[in-house]
Design a protein around this ligand. Sequence first.
Ligand code: PEP
Ligand code: MN
Length: 448
Amino acid sequence: MTKWTPSSWRDKPAKHIPTDYPDVAELSDVETTLKGYPPLVFAGEARRLKQRLGQVAMGKSFLLQGGDCAESFKEFHPDNLRDMFRVMMQMAVVLTYGAGQPVVKVGRIAGQFGKPRSSPVEVRDGVELPSYRGDNINGMEFSPESRIPDPQRLLKAYGQSAATMNLLRAFATGGYANLRNIHQWTLGYVDGSPQTKKYKELCEKIEEALNFMEACGVTPESTPQMSATDYYTSHEGLLLGYEEAMTRIDSTTGRWYDTSAHMLWIGNRTRQLDHAHVEFMRGIENPIAMKIGEGLEPDELMKLLDVLNPENEAGKITLIARYGHDKVAQHLPTLARAIKRAGRHVVWSCDPMHGNTIKTDSGYKTRPFDNIMTEVSRFMQVLHSEGCWPGGVHFEMTGQNVTECLGGSARAVREEDLSSRYHTHCDPRLNADQALELAFLIAEELGS
Ligand code: PEP
Ligand code: MN
């Protein structure tokens, strides 16, 4: 294999990285500027996440990964970040209680901007323009100017990621995540829903346990796990120029870390063995995830693991299966068997979003809640019967009261409701109520 450097991906074919910047010199200047900017995460934190994922790979922990399909400049607001953080905390409480295991919390956040698109162009009323590719590349507005890639957007995305990271760290360690605050994580607009009622009942049980522990002398003040939490960041490592600029040598180990996020993933459309994304990811020490879907044969998966995780380190690789509720049971068993037979350590996670996207007659991209839950259940059944641990879930979700995915039992979103609060910049997200309902359903499956 040729020598890896942070820029060795540049000699390989690359999909979904824009090549139509009007001024390449400007892009290169921006990348140089980014190289001088502070890291967003520390290598030691990425190592800690890898350790925690190692526990998931061993069946001793559960991974909850979630957030927007695409972060946007427009939706950037402290309240949105707080609400997203709160829903994930609520889900983690439900899952920890149900599964009786620690939950590793990873946001699709603080860098999740660039998108691979199924078509390079978008046609509206006979007008054809380049597709929107994420706020760090071009603008969502349907006009020729807005769709031109602009390198300055990378700097804006870095700034937003830094501010986001700063607030997330404050939420995680500044007192907000203290278990004594579990009641306060409930979002106002879901108050009164059956999920919130169930959640409140759970909080009461936890509070009783906390009171008992406190009487025994174990307090949040004396126990960091009770007064703070670990919250990690992740995004699809799509724009390799940005990732390269954020990749630095860790002074403790002398190894390369991509400091743009704790964990990076390779998308389903960019995981070709001999292409740029796999080349870049093989050289960094961060935990890596890879989306896997239809068409990936066991043989190729093994080769990818040889390249991405030659030492078979537990926690290094998370495989995120995204088949669709009607396909997962057909495709996953052969891969699970091959991995098990080869003694490969991986975290198995389920993305029940991307294989269950449909378009309504009125033109909205949506996902039915029942299909999402069905895929998670089937994923779990397959892995259990293959003797593997269904270690995690990967959701597109938000703390906002959106109407993007259909269904849910509490305030079921109907097809005619989609238009009322459809705000996503890319794919449809679960709202807080739907996300919490899923957490309860998954907790039941894990606990049974
Ligand atoms: C995504 O996670 O938003 C995405 C594009 O997923 P996939 O690579 O699985 O299609
Ligand atoms: Mn998506």
